[in-house]
Design a protein around this ligand. Structure first.
Ligand SMILES: [Zn+2]
Length: 463
């Protein structure tokens, strides 16, 4: 069974084959930690989670990186307004992001590099130096370094635009003033007063990296020069991903990404989310209204990633209803299953679910699941489903649930234990095993045992 995915670069559905058989190198653009991520951001992260889980379901090993942008115009503006150092300003948003991932059941066995880590800043500087050396970049009079898009004929290939279309708009803002060509983008931004304490030393003087080079450096630094998959929201296509291709390929000389995938926008009540429209929601906003992480996850998952998702407040009750059908069916299976697993009756086709996802992550897989729930319930009612068949269905449910993650929340976990678990998830993501062990002991002292699986921690009451 092959997996076919839509490639933004070729605008075609392609059979997916990683460079190295069985092993997928996947990079996804993560949040800019200047506020809480909104549900539109999480739509992209849930789609990427679905992709990772389905690839693993089909037997691939997925090596995944998601960056945290913790230095850019927005984070600097935020820390200046708050009057605190940059790292202090971004820390709570980083923590909140990991808590939200946990709540939305997005897998965390990925690497989450932060742009301001020394090793990544050093790589950015190294890449910029190479680009200058090879004539792909130049230092302008203001001290900033720009990528020369005219030096990379393929520029525009991902977004399918031509260089000639990048005409000056008439209004030339100050940061564009020094450029040779209007589309040239900053690799290194020279320090200005507005940056305050935020700067790094470089061969071009004090400054900070541009957003695009952050991703190129972290992606190639952690996954190597060639990636199998690179994902993001559709708003990342231009200029961000276009710039990533140009920078990376001019440094490595190799094709950067085999297959690009982008998730469409999320709209709320048919409109673009905007604070001024009063239709802007973070996961926390929905959670405060009583919607759980699993319900929001389902609502974000239920529309195919290449279609715009119009989020309405009817989506959530529908998600709740679907989940309760799943729960009731699961319970019925658990109560009935017994003996040796037996072949499923012909009326039930468990292969449809995975086959739908193989087809460019077609979420009609959920339709296949609920058809199977309906049909197996009918067989139950007619007394035509044996305990052995129920056992086989239960095993199948467990298998597809590695993709959907629809299991019920464990009830009654106190808030302080949840907080510790969220902190431990971060410690684990950062591979800080000492902190992780200390937090496990703290939870144990509060009466909760934590069981680690490959990608998550499960809490059970101490027996
Ligand atoms: Zn990026």
């Amino acid at each position: 069974m092959s997996i076919r995915l839509f490639n933004t670069l070729t605008r075609e559905i392609e059979e997916f084959q990683p460079l190295e058989p069985g092993r997928v190198r996947m990079y996804t653009c993560g949040p800019t930690v200047y506020n809480h991520a909104h549900i539109g951001n999480f739509r992209a992260y849930v789609f990427e989670d679905l992709l990772q889980r389905h690839l693993e379901f089909r037997g691939f090993t997925v090596e995944r990186v998601m960056n945290l942008t913790d230095v850019d115009d927005k984070t600097i503006r935020g820390c200046r307004a708050a009057g605190v150092p940059l790292a202090e300003f971004t820390r709570p948003f980083k923590q909140a992001f990991f808590e939200d991932l946990e709540a939305l059941r997005i897998r965390r066995d990925a690497r989450f590099p932060e742009a301001t880590e020394d090793v990544h800043i050093a790589r950015m500087i190294e890449m910029i130096a190479t680009l200058i050396e090879r004539g792909h970049a130049y230092r302008a009079d203001d001290g900033s370094v720009y990528f020369r898009i005219g030096s990379f004929p393929k520029y525009g290939q991902l977004a399918h635009i031509h260089l000639e279309d990048l005409k000056p708009s008439g209004r030339v803002s100050s940061d564009e003033y020094e450029k040779e060509q209007i589309g040239d983008f900053a690799l290194w931004k020279a320090w200005t007063e507005a940056d305050g304490e935020v700067f790094w030393e470089s061969p071009w003087g004090r400054g900070r990296p541009g957003w695009h080079i952050e991703c190129s450096a972290m992606a190639t630094g952690l996954l190597g020069p060639q990636l199998d998959l690179h994902c993001g929201g559709e708003d990342n296509i231009f200029p961000h991903h276009e710039a990533e291709i140009a920078q990376s390929e001019c440094v490595t000389g190799l094709p950067f990404v085999r297959l690009w995938m982008h998730c469409r926008h999320l709209l709320v009540d048919g409109k673009k989310m905007a604070k001024s429209e009063g239709n802007f929601f973070t996961f926390r906003d929905l959670n405060a209204k009583g919607w759980t992480g699993r319900e929001v996850r389902y609502a974000l998952l239920a529309v195919k990633y290449r279609e715009p998702l119009n989020f309405t407040f009817e989506s959530l009750p529908a998600a709740r209803k679907a989940i309760s059908r799943f729960d009731e069916w699961s319970q019925r299976l658990e109560e009935t299953a017994g003996g040796l697993a037996e072949m499923l009756p012909e009326a039930l086709d468990p292969e449809k679910f995975g086959a739908a996802l193989d087809d460019d992550l077609n979420i009609s897989a959920l339709g296949a699941l609920f058809d199977l729930i309906r049909d197996s319930n009918r067989l139950f009612d007619q007394g035509e489903l044996s305990p052995g068949q129920a056992k086989s269905l239960l095993a199948w449910r467990d298998r597809i649930n590695t993709i959907l993650a629809l299991e019920p929340d464990v009830e009654g976990i106190p808030d302080d234990v949840r907080d510790l678990a969220a902190k431990r998830a971060i410690a684990r993501a950062n591979k800080d095993w000492a902190a992780s062990d200390a937090l496990r002991d703290e939870m144990l002292a509060l009466g909760w045992q934590v069981k680690d699986t490959k990608d998550e921690q499960k809490l059970v009451r101490k027996s």
